[in-house]
Design a protein around this ligand. Structure first.
Ligand code: GTR
Length: 326
């Protein structure tokens, strides 16, 4: 060991002793997000960090690694599972193949409005779906908004199902996302978000699907100008905490973290509504065209995915309860 490393090790050792001699240890919670610093999901987790820091007397802090600094969503999910990373804010679609109950809120045309979505996510139904990933190694702390996802294409607008036939459409890496696109007779191409811009630009894919903020922040509107309002799914975002790390935390710290996560939701929703608007203005200015679609035609052909993906009594019950929320 070099002198410098020896000195570091000794100092770290002393710091460790000092910390454990105190009442409680300092704790840094590291969180990953693929979105840039000004995106509502990133700002919401930072807000949560402020609340946690305040309520723990500065002992617990949150550091957000934005812009995909820690890799793709799948990479950070893996790290969280191993306990090498504390938190990840991901799309719930990234969890579809890991804990199947998370497929439920992504089912096509399940939610009838943002209000319906909020009511469900804020209820015991939302809590049940959040808790569903614990066995897989993830504590769900909160649901965040992600609006509605619509399809956007490079060469011609999609107005109905037949317009989309045969198109290569990028989807999230989830079997359900693939199935929704295959249901309309298009070729689903799953890939991480970071590859979409180049794939659209080079013509590797003809189209993709997302909400206005991601369409805008990823500059996809510059290479796929027809934004067709299919609004086929309202897949929400999830804030996940490593179960391995959670189990080691004292109950009082868990409460501080859980409460702060829940409280960040209202803040996030406000930012989200503003961002959806701003993003729409930006893409319109940048030459995008918003196209109305024959939604009923998409809804009709996507219906069979319910039978294929709602596979357990619990999921069937959740769907029924969600549809009953008015
Ligand atoms: C966004 C979502 C991201 C990511 C992305 C995608 O709306 O916020 O977490 O999943 O979609 O399409 O990959």
């Amino acid at each position: 060991m070099s002198y410098l490393n020896l000195k570091r090790a000794v100092l770290a050792g002393i710091a460790g002793i000092l910390l454990s001699a105190g009442t409680a240890q300092a704790l840094e919670l590291r969180s990953a997000d693929i979105h840039p610093d000004d995106y509502p999901t990133v700002l919401a987790v930072k807000k949560m960090g402020e609340l946690i820091q305040e309520r723990s007397g500065g002992r617990i802090t949150v550091k957000v690694f934005s812009g995909g600094a820690l890799g793709s969503e799948n990479d950070s999910i893996e790290q969280v599972k191993l306990g090498a990373l504390t938190m990840a804010r991901v799309s719930s679609a990234a969890m579809h193949n890991i804990c199947e109950v998370t497929r439920v809120p992504s089912l096509p045309f399940l939610f009838t409005s943002t209000e319906h979505l909020h009511k469900v996510l804020d209820s015991d139904i939302g809590d049940q779906m959040l808790r569903s990933c614990e066995q897989a190694g993830f504590v769900g702390l909160a649901w965040y908004d992600s609006g509605a996802r619509s399809m956007y294409s490079r060469d011609k607008p999609i107005r109905n199902v037949s317009d989309a036939k045969g198109m290569k459409i990028r989807v999230q890496q989830s079997d359900l996302s693939v199935a929704m696109i295959e249901a309309i007779g298009a070729n689903a191409t799953p890939m991480p978000l970071g590859e979409v811009y180049t794939s659209l630009k080079t013509g590797l894919i003809d189209a993709a699907e997302n909400n206005y903020p991601s369409y805008e922040s990823g500059h996809h509107y510059e290479v796929a100008k027809y934004y067709s309002k299919t609004e086929h799914t309202m897949t929400p975002e999830m804030l996940l905490f490593s179960k391995r790390q959670w189990d080691k935390l004292p109950e009082a710290d868990r409460k501080i973290i859980q409460d702060a996560a829940r409280e960040s939701v209202a803040y996030m929703r406000k930012l989200w509504a503003e961002r959806e608007n701003n993003s729409l203005q930006i893409v319109l200015k940048g030459g995008a065209e918003v196209v109305e679609t024959d939604k009923a035609s998409f809804q009709a052909v996507m219906k069979p995915v319910y039978d294929r993906f709602v596979t357990t009594d619990e999921m069937r019950d959740l769907v029924k309860r969600i549809q009953a929320v008015k």
